[in-house]
Design a protein. Structure first.
Length: 188
């Protein structure tokens, strides 16, 4: 029997280590944005009251429910702040392959801070823990709804471009302040 054509192994698009790193950054920023943390948008998914509700509503998977809700809130906030064709932490390539590949990863395997992230320095420390260090980028302009257009450097040859973009976008969130988010994006 012949193999179907057009099928791509997700590991060739995004190796496991890169996928885990990207999901870790996405969940970290969603955690930092929570109302009990830096309060960047109206999301309570990681708060104690929400955990109480998730434990009662989804007794088998409260952690998964919280993480899915937090990611959906983050995506909605990015869609509101970014131009339609923009790349951002929750949409890393123009073909949307990152969504397809990352959709099937186990969110419960990813480490997410339990305690609220209340300061920009605390977020910086979490980013240092997840990445090799700050990623350079150039601020192009600020836009409506907290949008921050940035220009990303080319990724090194040995670094997955999606992982490279995710790290740069995550570090650019440090341009914000508690209660005053920026939503980094790129049009390139």
């Amino acid at each position: 029997m012949q193999e179907p054509t057009g099928l791509v192994d997700p590991q060739t698009l995004l190796p496991r280590d890169d996928a885990v790193a990207i999901l870790g950054l996405r969940l970290l920023i969603a955690r930092a944005a929570n109302v009990d943390s830096l309060h960047w948008w109206e999301d309570n998914a990681f708060s104690e009251p929400a955990q109480f509700i998730f434990n009662r509503t989804f007794p088998g998977v409260p952690t998964l429910a919280a993480r899915n809700l937090a990611l959906r809130a983050a995506v909605a906030r990015h869609l509101d702040a970014c131009p339609p064709d923009a790349l951002h932490l929750y949409h890393l390539d123009f073909d949307n392959l990152d969504r397809l590949v990352l959709e099937f990863w186990q969110l419960t395997e990813i480490v997410v801070p339990v305690e609220p992230i209340k300061t920009m320095e605390a977020l910086r420390q979490h980013l240092l823990h997840l990445t090799a260090g700050p990623m350079p980028y150039e601020v192009v302009r600020t836009g409506a709804n907290g949008g921050l257009q940035i220009r990303l450097p080319e990724p090194p040859k040995d670094v997955n471009p999606l992982h490279h973009r995710a790290v740069a976008f995550a570090w650019a969130f440090l341009e914000g302040q508690p209660g005053q988010p920026v939503i980094p994006y790129s049009l390139e």
